[in-house]
Design a protein around this ligand. Structure first.
Ligand code: 3HC
Length: 522
């Protein structure tokens, strides 16, 4: 079945984006909203996005006119009688979706496919409301739909294979990469993304780190295109909350229980970009997620001499960086100096070595998360003066810095490793292959490398160590390394598995990292 004529029900941000994707691929689109105000707002989103492409020279006026000409606004579901496929993109409420499916049964051709763009609800539960459950399927796009290349094609026990094939082929014609998954809460991408975003919100609300530091830790420390709080604003806090509620019901545990701050901001109507404010304010150009943290004018001059205290063999790289910047380094705590730096690992732990040196108030912990990002850690007795001197040192070294609580994982690791753990657990559960996981996160969420590749690059041993420290520190089983991850570490195995039927059956499939290609390496 070749799909040429499609309907889109619901023209919010995602619906308008999906309508644009269809129309750009040459399909005829009927875009339906019951309310005329919502219909014109949706058409304006679509028009604005195409207009931006024209102004950036990505579309000609002619192409713009042809694409717009393929989209017909419709005020009622009755206008979808001729559609080969209809996708619903209405709010994430099961009862609303089931009602729409029942109404579509009355108007659509019996062989038409009914797709749902649900982010997390059970496609089976939605399909069961239809008189043709075999033709109901999940077709999950990612925000912004015109940009992100992933489509999760979600089949249920009821889906006819021909519907799955038709939607998979359609996704390819749209220029997207389909990943086929079965009906489990959050599918692949949201089940990995949302717990991590939730954790970031919790770190903010507990004062673990500031908004800007959390986002900078992720963009500069992990290399993702957006920080988690900026991404929550893009997705919408209300949408994120409803995905988390579904994940919480299905899986349970602290990773999924929504951070109270998400609920408070949603209650306050601060749901992100679409409402003009979320974690950030959007008055036009603001995007959030990246800020020069220590560029302020009041910074003191950099220290002339630094005492470097080695904690668990972490100081060699730091010592040469400091020396290369023309700053004296001494290892002797009794020697006078302007600042004491405790070189720490991602497990943290400043107060012990700082106290042992007898200079706790002057000591600041420093961890090089990458060659360009430092994590600064104060102990409970670190003075404001020492912290300011450490910031000046960082600026002098040409690094960016984030300040973290002194807890296992610090900031970058606390955001990164639990997500890598979740990814390996998903592979260990047999829900997705490691290749599927990496495809989903690179093409759906713009990761330069998927979590499995990130884990291989960071080293499974390091990840297991940090996770064990987090587990011991918080007593939360959500941080314990998954059994498969522990096996990878014990066997010295790479988590990057070959994409083959054998890998699907045996998630521990092993190959050298060089044999695997990710869409964008770093
Ligand atoms: N609509 C249409 N096009 C858009 C757009 C939008 N809202 N935002 C950006 N673009 C286009 C731009 O026009 C530009 O196109 P061009 O290259 O053809 O000129 C391109 O995207 C890049 O945009 P910018 O240069 O302005 O910005 P960035 O390079 O910073 O990229 C981004 C912006 C693509 C949003 C990038 O930051 C990114 O990939 N972020 C991660 C987004 C993500 O994770 N999405 C998934 C969320 S989860 C989800 O949706 C599932 C749901 O169920 C919850």
């Amino acid at each position: 079945m070749e799909i040429r004529d499609v309907g889109v029900v619901g023209l919010g941000t995602m619906g308008a984006g999906i309508a644009e994707v269809f129309a750009r691929a040459g399909l005829t689109v009927t875009a339906v909203e019951a309310d005329s105000g919502a219909l014109s707002r949706g058409m304006a989103i679509l028009d604005g996005s195409l207009g931006r492409a024209v102004s950036r020279g990505k579309l000609t006026e002619d192409e713009y006119a042809q694409i717009v000409g393929r989209v017909r606004p419709g005020a009622a579901l009755g206008s979808l009688a001729g559609a080969d496929l209809v996708i619903e993109v209405v709010p994430e409420r099961l009862a609303v979706k089931r009602q729409i499916l029942a109404e579509l049964d009355q108007v659509c051709r019996p062989d038409a496919i009914i797709a749902t763009n649900t982010s997390s609800l059970s496609v089976t539960a939605i399909a069961a409301a239809s008189a043709r459950p075999g033709r109901v399927i999940g077709m999950h796009f990612f925000n912004p739909a015109p940009v992100m290349r992933l489509v999760e094609v979600v089949t249920t026990v009821l889906t006819e294979p021909s519907a799955g094939q038709a939607v998979t082929e359609l996704a390819r014609r749209l220029g997207k990469t389909p990943v086929q998954v079965t009906d489990r809460a959050g599918f692949v991408a949201n089940a990995l993304l949302l717990p991590y975003l939730n954790h970031a919100a919790r770190l903010l609300e507990t004062g673990y780190a500031t908004r800007d530091d959390i986002d900078l830790a992720v963009t500069a420390g992990i290399g993702l295109p957006m920080g988690p709080l900026a991404l929550l604003d893009l997705i919408g806090l209300d949408t994120s909350l409803s995905v988390l509620e579904v994940l919480d019901r299905e899986f349970g545990g602290t990773r999924y229980t929504p951070a109270p701050l998400l609920r408070r901001l949603t209650d306050a109507g601060r749901v992100g970009r679409k409402s003009g404010a979320g974690f950030y304010e959007y008055s036009g150009a603001a995007t959030g997620g990246d800020s020069a943290v220590f560029d302020n004018e009041d910074q003191p001059p950099p220290p002339g001499t630094v005492t470097l205290i080695d904690h668990q063999d972490r100081s060699a790289e730091l010592a040469s960086l400091i020396a290369a910047a023309g700053i004296n380094v001494t290892r002797n705590p009794a020697h006078p100096s302007d600042l004491v730096i405790v070189a720490i690992g991602p497990e943290g732990g400043v107060i012990g070595p700082a106290t042992a040196a007898g200079r706790a108030a002057e000591s600041v912990g420093l961890h090089l998360a990458t060659l360009s990002l430092a994590e600064l850690v104060a102990s409970p007795v670190t003075s404001a003066r020492a912290l300011a001197a450490a910031r000046a040192l960082i600026a002098r070294l040409g690094l960016r810095a984030v300040r973290s609580a002194d807890r296992p994982g610090l900031l970058v690791g606390a955001l990164l490793y639990p997500q890598l753990r979740d990814a390996v657990a998903m592979v260990g559960d047999g829900y997705a292959t490691s290749a599927d996981v990496d495809t989903a996160m690179t093409l759906g969420c713009g990761y330069p490398r998927g979590p499995i590749r990130l884990l291989a690059d960071a080293g499974v041993g390091t990840a297991v160590e940090v996770l064990r420290a987090m587990h011991a520190g918080y007593g939360d089983p959500a941080f314990a390394p998954s059994p498969l991850m522990t096996q990878y570490a014990q066997g010295g195995l790479s988590p990057v598995a070959r994409e083959s039927p054998a890998a699907r059956e045996s998630p521990a499939g092993h190959e050298s990292p060089a044999g695997h290609e990710t869409p964008a390496g770093r």
